[in-house]
Design a protein around this ligand. Structure first.
Ligand code: HEC
Length: 341
């Protein structure tokens, strides 16, 4: 399962030189790409919100798309059908996988760090391809393997990250360009105006708007074996565990600090302790040293999550929510400097 890691550490030029003889049993080389984008009517235009952001985010408001409400299913949220080939949304629960099957999905692309439930997907006649990406940008290598997957695996595709707002929409935008022939301007407009990709992720917008998507011939020679699961390593792996604990805490905060009814076995105090210990871990694990500034921000985050643990065993709900807000701020403080750019 190290293939993708090995490939992504090389350069695209090297990738293209290494012709990959076979591909996975279920993903075949396609006939010529055919543009199948569904152009929606231009009426009922949504007014572009006045939000400040970088140039690519700003460009995503140039063409005004018709309003499209997010689809919502049990265990599957923020769902937008971008074309007959490509739908984008949140990480599915088991129920969400069933919803996808009813939508006729054949291939699921996950760009989140978490290892997907490929076995359940397979039992429902769908195939996972796992291509974890970061929030900073899409690298040339990631764009190449995404384009290859869209061209050589079976449509229709469902693309997901965790919440279905930022990374998933960026990856599906590459599919819109590679498979549907959508313009880069149209693809970023869909990210912003439909999925709601935030202005903070200018790097994702810029990659979709400006980077070259290799053509079908070029992607045919890219070495990629369509892995169902990549084990995330290093900082992203720790972060995705922290995000899950933090998400559980958000649901409990919204439930008057009682356990989330869907996960009654996880109580707030346990979730907070878990988050504190994850936050305090050595994420870099000798891979590369943290800067002093980043280490200080990690300490702030540890302090904030320990304060939440303390208040959960004694405090009232308002104090609990205030402590949780401090945790969220400590996450954001570091991400502003180290994640989004
Ligand atoms: C001291 C810095 C720091 C703190 C504090 C921090 N993060 Fe992160 N986080 C990062 C960095 C750096 C990345 C980008 C990792 C990469 O791209 O390799 C990241 C990435 C992420 C990601 C994306 C992971 C992925 O799959 O790519 C999530 C989700 C996340 N953080 C959640 C959290 C949450 C929740 C908290 C607070 C409880 C938190 N982080 C606190 C530095 C931090």
């Amino acid at each position: 399962m190290r293939t993708f890691k090995t490939i992504t550490s090389g350069t695209l030029a090297m990738l293209v030189l290494v012709a990959f003889g076979g591909c996975c049993s279920e993903c075949k080389a396609p006939p010529e790409a055919k543009p199948t984008a569904q152009e929606s009517p231009k009426s009922a235009a949504a007014p572009a919100a006045q939000v400040t952001g970088g140039p690519a985010f700003t460009a995503a408001a140039k063409e005004t798309l018709p309003v499209q409400k997010a689809g919502d299913y049990e265990g599957l949220h923020n769902v937008f059908q971008l074309s007959s080939n490509i739908t984008v949304g949140s990480e599915p629960s088991t129920e969400g996988l069933h919803a996808m099957q009813k939508l006729g999905i054949k291939t699921i692309i996950s760009v989140d760090g978490k290892v997907p439930d490929a076995a359940t997907a397979r039992s429902l006649g769908m195939r996972y391809v796992h291509i974890p990406i970061q929030y900073k940008t899409l690298t040339d290598e990631e764009i190449a393997v995404l384009a290859k997957t869209f061209r050589e695996c079976e449509a229709p595709f469902f693309v997901h990250c965790f919440h279905g707002k930022h990374r998933g929409p960026a990856a599906s935008a590459i599919g819109r360009r590679a498979l549907d022939g959508a313009s880069p301007e149209r693809a970023i407009a869909e990210m912003r105006q439909w999925s709601g990709t935030a202005a903070d992720y200018e790097g994702l917008y810029a990659a979709v708007l400006t980077k070259v998507v290799p053509d079908a011939a070029a992607t045919r020679t890219v070495a990629f074996n369509f892995p169902e699961a990549e084990m995330p390593e290093g900082v992203p792996a720790w972060m995705s565990r922290m995000e899950r604990m933090n998400d559980a805490l958000k649901r409990m905060a919204a439930n008057a600090w009682k356990p989330d009814p869907h996960h009654p076995d996880l109580v707030p105090l346990e979730a907070a302790k878990n988050l504190a210990s994850l936050t305090a871990s050595d994420w870099c694990q000798g891979e590369k040293a943290m800067t002093a500034e980043m280490a200080a921000l990690q300490k702030d985050a540890v302090r904030a999550s320990e304060a939440l643990v303390a208040v959960l065993s004694t405090g009232d709900n308002a104090a609990k929510s205030a402590a949780h807000k401090n945790v969220l701020q400590s996450c954001t403080a570091c991400h502003k400097l180290y994640r989004n750019k």
